[in-house]
Design a protein. Structure first.
Length: 123
């Protein structure tokens, strides 16, 4: 199974964004977006779909068991957990990954969720 992961990339300022696509193939039909991102970042020479050298994709994960929410992102314009969304959840060959929209972007798919934790402390 081959999928193209189209990632909305942001620089550290969170202001400059661009789309970058990565081709990912696996034989495991149950593989998740989180596993694919981890495997892409393990490549010694990460290249995008056009063969250009790419920086590792910045994203967060913690438990990988659908409990912490660290890997939350927009997957095909829907908020979802990367650890819970399988590459073959639908028939799309291109899967779009973007940061959550309600939070400030730190870098790539990482957002500043501190407002949530601040509110939890107040409760």
């Amino acid at each position: 199974m081959k999928r193209t992961l189209k990632v909305l990339r942001y620089d550290r300022s969170g202001k400059c964004s661009y789309w970058q696509s990565f081709v990912y193939g696996t034989e495991n039909e149950h593989e998740t977006i989180a596993t694919a991102l981890k495997e892409l970042n393990r490549r010694d020479n990460l290249t995008d779909a056009e063969g250009n050298r790419a920086l590792p994709i910045k994203w967060e994960c913690s438990c990988l068991q659908k409990k912490c929410g660290a890997c939350a992102m927009l997957i095909n314009n829907t908020p979802a957990l990367a650890c819970d969304t399988k590459l073959n959840d639908d028939d799309r060959k291109v899967i779009e990954l973007a940061p959550l929209e309600k939070f400030p972007v730190v870098e790539d798919l990482i957002v500043d969720r501190s407002v949530i934790f601040d509110n939890l402390k107040k409760l």
